[in-house]
Design a protein around this ligand. Structure first.
Ligand SMILES: *[C@@H]1O[C@H](CO)[C@@H](O)[C@H](O)[C@H]1NC(C)=O
Ligand SMILES: *[C@@H]1O[C@H](CO)[C@@H](O)[C@H](O)[C@H]1NC(C)=O
Ligand SMILES: *[C@@H]1O[C@H](CO)[C@@H](O)[C@H](O)[C@H]1NC(C)=O
Ligand SMILES: *[C@@H]1O[C@H](CO)[C@@H](O)[C@H](O)[C@H]1NC(C)=O
Ligand SMILES: CC(=O)N[C@H]1CO[C@H](CO)[C@@H](O)[C@@H]1O
Length: 445
């Protein structure tokens, strides 16, 4: 009896020791379930387009090196909810690594062109949530990545917010853990302050994002907090009421990458407001952002090496970039505040007012219901003096798709046809100009 009890205790202790604390949001910060503030030190990780979290041998090889690097999170843009993720998720948990995963994929993402949010998208998002909510190291869900890129494209913002509203309600209705639901934005200086305020604004927290994040490519080579633009980014969020972090950085010219921006992000000026950073990206591809490679560049016709970049095997650090990042992360460990000592004081920002071609959503307009498609005709017939409720985001309530919707489908198809190495587009601030990186996955066309 005694021995079986101690065996049972031993097993219980082992389970406790290996359990990773869960992540939740309080005010503008993330906390672990043991009460410490959580700062993201993450890596964009998408070795293969459909799902990099299936091959556990590969997950083990990568998780082990990420641990050496000092990473505590990955971001995965596309997953297959029908696949088995038990082993990979455990591998990453054992390495102390959390997952932020995008709920959308190539044919379900919310589009800026003819924006809509419908049942098929809802069901597909819910399926990804169903699969990943079971893992303690799932830290967050994105409802979209860089959906909006232009001022008049802001009409898509209510659809992003509606998706967040519905996914949060779905999460709660299923009694899932309060896994944070957020959005990953392109860094467009003319759009960003309005967008981030809009997605957090309003008096009803059930309709706002749990966190906001930004893909920023502003800090290039030798720079500083003031020169890079990070100071401006920070000035716009000092009163922000939900967590914000960088869901992608950073600039890769000039080479090598020094990652000196990490010192700013985790330094005193930013870490009181920001919750960390994800580095774009793990694997070296022709866009030259990689921290590691799986072998020398090879014949593009070789198996598993589309574009000449091998996508499996033992990761080898790219020098000196990998070491540079590692050196920074080793020394940058802000302690933040403990959950018990923190009382949030910021309230939700004002919903931005309608401004033609800059922010074409009227304040805290009612969000679209599921099945709505944005009706550009209805909106363009409304003068820009739209200050009253429904105008800026007028959407047809018919489930039928308006004329623009074939464009939306076309855009999604062409993104995969031209092949984007990163599902993400990188767009620096307007002052820096537009940079679109499109490469890659030729082999699955
Ligand atoms: C939802 O929109 C997608 C395109 O994004 C389309 O393929 C699908 O048929 C639509 N589903 C419904 C139920 O209308
Ligand atoms: C925004 O304006 C451009 C140029 O006028 C146009 O091509 C595009 O379709 C508009 N986008 C939306 C979402 O209305
Ligand atoms: C808040 O939003 C949710 C989701 O849209 C809705 O169900 C709820 O009734 C709203 N609460 C209030 C007080 O308006
Ligand atoms: C954002 O910050 C800049 C200063 O960096 C300021 O000029 C601008 O008004 C701010 N916008 C908002 C919406 O807070
Ligand atoms: C922070 C850091 O490690 N910086 C190094 C990045 O790599 C260059 C080239 O090897 C070094 O000169 C830096 O010291």
């Amino acid at each position: 009896m005694r021995s079986s009890l101690s065996v049972a205790c031993g097993i219980a202790f082992a389970a406790l020791a290996s359990a990773i604390p869960t992540i939740s949001v309080k005010g503008s910060k993330f906390f672990t379930s043991d009460g410490n503030q959580y700062f993201v030190r993450g890596i964009a990780y998408q070795l293969v387009p459909e799902d990099p979290l299936i091959d556990n041998n590969q997950c083990q090889l990568d998780a082990s090196l990420m641990k050496t690097l000092g990473a505590n999170a990955i971001r995965v843009y596309h997953v297959d909810p029908d696949a088995d993720h038990q082993d990979c998720m455990k591998t990453f948990a054992d390495a102390g690594i959390y997952l932020f995963v995008d709920l959308d994929t190539f044919n379900t993402q919310i589009e800026q062109t003819s924006p809509h949010w419908n049942e098929s998208q809802y069901d597909a998002f819910a399926k990804v949530m169903d699969e990943f909510q079971q893992f303690d190291n799932t830290a967050g869900f994105f409802v979209g990545n860089e959906v909006l890129t232009t001022g008049n494209g802001s009409v898509a913002a209510p659809y992003v917010k509606a998706a967040a509203r519905d996914m949060k309600a779905y999460r709660n209705s299923k009694n899932y853990r309060n896994i944070p639901v957020g959005y990953s934005a392109a860094d467009i200086s003319s759009l960003r302050p309005n967008l981030q305020n809009y997605l957090a604004c309003g008096t009803n927290a059930s309709e706002a994002l749990d966190f906001f994040s930004l893909n920023a490519y502003e800090w290039c080579g030798e720079s500083s907090y003031q020169v890079s633009g990070y100071e401006q980014l920070t000035q716009n969020i000092t009163e922000y009421n939900i967590p914000i972090f960088f869901s992608e950085v950073g600039c890769n010219t000039p080479k090598p990458r020094t990652f000196d921006d990490q010192a700013a992000i985790f330094g005193s000026e930013m870490s009181q407001y920001w919750s960390g950073v994800m580095i774009y990206e793990w694997i070296e591809e022709s866009n030259n952002y990689g921290l590691i490679q799986y072998g020398p560049k090879t014949d593009p016709t070789a198996t598993n090496a589309p574009d000449g970049y091998t996508r499996t095997g033992t990761p080898t650090p790219i020098s000196p970039d990998f070491q540079n990042l590692s050196n920074h992360w080793k020394t940058l460990t802000p302690s933040g505040v403990s959950e018990s000592a923190y009382s949030p004081s910021n309230s939700a920002p004002e919903c931005p007012a309608y401004t033609s071609m800059a922010w074409e959503v009227s304040g805290n307009v009612a969000l679209p219901t599921i099945g709505q498609t944005f009706d550009a005709q209805a909106t363009s017939s409304v003068p820009a003096s739209a200050t009253s409720g429904a105008t800026g985001t007028r959407a047809s309530s018919s489930g039928s798709r308006s004329t623009g919707s074939s464009t939306g489908t076309g855009a999604a198809a062409s993104a995969s046809q031209t092949g984007m190495a990163s599902p993400s587009r990188q767009i620096a601030g307007m002052s820096v100009g537009l940079v679109t990186v499109m490469l890659g996955f030729i082999w699955w066309l």
